[in-house]
Ligand binder design. Sequence first.
Ligand code: ADP
Length: 492
Amino acid sequence: MKAEFSKIWDVVRMRSLRARIFLILVLIGTVPSVFMESVIVSAYQKRAVEQRSAVVQNQLKILANHLITNEFLTDYNPNSPKKQRSHEIIEAELEMLANLYEGRVMIIGGNYKVLLDTYNISEGKTMISEEVVKCFKGENLSNYDSEHGYIEMTTPIVNTADDGDSLIRGVMLTSISDSVIISMMKVLNRNALSLEIVTIILVIVFSYIISGILTGPFERITKAIGAIRAGYTNEPVSVYSYTETKHISDAFNQLLSKMKVVDDSRKEFVSNVSHELKTPLTSMKVLSDSLLADPDAPAELYREFMQDIGSEIDRENRIITDLLALTKMDMNSSDINISSVDIGELAETILKRLRPIARKKDVELVLEENREITADVDEVKMSLIMTNLVENAIKYNKEHGTVRVLIDGDIQNFIFRVEDTGCGIPEESLPFIYDRFYRVDKSHSREIGGTGLGLAITRSAVLLHRGTIEAESTEGSGSIFTVTIPLSYVGD
Ligand code: ADP
C-alpha cells in the first residue's frame, strides 16, 4: 500500500521517467494539432468574410452603375414623376440587396448628404465618416467588426465620361450581417472540437502505451535485481534493450561478482581461521589424552608434554594477536595515528629488538641509511611493517646469512627495503604471499612460528599509508621486499 502510494506520488512529482515521457508525448501530440486547428479555423473565417464581401461588392458595383445610368445622384428628386419610376426600381433593388444580406445600404451624395437609407433613418442627414471621406478619395474599404457582427464596406459611385475621365459622384456605405459566417463557423468549430477530443484521446492512449514500452526495460532490470535480492536466482541481469540498460546490467553484474568474491573470501577466511585455531587445540588434546591414558607416565614425560602444550598455547596466542591486528587494520583509516617520525631511528630500534633472534641463527643485520628521513606516519603501524619484514628476512634466512635494511627517499616518498640471503620465494607463490594464512612451505613456516598473517598485516598497514609493497625473489638466493610510502600522509 505504502509502495503503491509512493509510486503514485513519484508520478505526481514527475519523478517517474514514464510519467515524463508520457507528458512529453502528450504535449508533442496535442499542442501542434490544437494550434493547427485553431489556425485553420481562423484562416477559414477570414476567407469566408473576404468571399462574402467580394460577392456583395460585385452586386454593389452593378447597382452603382445603375445609379449612374439612371442619373440617380445628379438629378435626385423624389417628387419628380418622370424620375420616380426608375428611382423606385433602384430603391427596390437596394432593398432586396439589404434584405438578402441582412444589412443596410446608404447612398451618400457628393455633398455628404444621405440620399437613400434602406433603414429610412438617416435620409437627408450629413454623413462625414472617415470611411466615406476616404472612399470619395478613391479608397475602397471593407472592415469586419466581429464584436458587433457585421461587415462594413464602401463602394464609390463612379461616373466615367466619354473621354475616359472618371468622377466619384457618391458613395454607397453598406453593412451586412455576418450571421451566415457565424453559423458556418459554429458548425466548423463543433467539428474541430470533436476532432480535437478524438485526437487528444488517441494521443493519450498512444503516449501511455509508448511510455510503457520505452520504460519497460528499466522495469525489467528492477524486477531482475529484485529477484536476485530476494534470493530466487543468482543469474546475472541481462537487459540489453538499450545501451543504458546494458550499462546498468553490466555494472550490476560486476558488483554482484565483486560481492561474490568478497563473500567467498570471507567464507574462506572464516574456515582458515577455524582451522588455524583448531590445530594447536588438537595438538594439546592429543598431548593431554596421551598423558591421561598412561597413569604411570614418568615426570619427565609430563614436563616434556607440558612444555609442548605451553608452546601450542603460545602459538594460539600469536594467531589471535595477529588476527586482532589484521582486523584492526582492515577496519578503516580513522584508526590511524599520524605523527612525524624519524624513520632511521625507528628502524634502528626495530633492528636492536630483533638482534637476539638474528644472533640465534648467526644472521647479520645491516642498516644502510642513504638519507635522513622524517615522515608523517603511524609509528605503531610503521614499526609493525618493519618488524614483520625484518623478522621474515631472519626467519627464512639461512645460517650465517645477512639481512640488509636500506632507507632512502626522494622529495615525495621514502623507501624501506629489506634484502635477505635466505631460501627465497618460488615465482608462482609470489602473487599469494600477502593472502591471509598463505605459506609457501606450511610445515617449515609453522616450525619457525609463522602464522601466515604477517605479510597480510604488513600490506594492510602499507595501504593505510597510501603506500605500495613489492617483492622480488630468486629461489635459493634471497628475497627483496620494497615498501614505498609518501612522506606526508594523504588522508581520504
Ligand atoms: P608467516 O607468519 O608464515 O611468516 P607471512 O605472511 O609473514 O607468514 O609470510 C607468508 C609466507 O611468505 C611465509 O610463510 C613464507 O613462506 C613466505 N615468505 C615471507 N617472507 C619471506 C622471505 N623473506 N623469504 C622467503 N619466504 C618468505
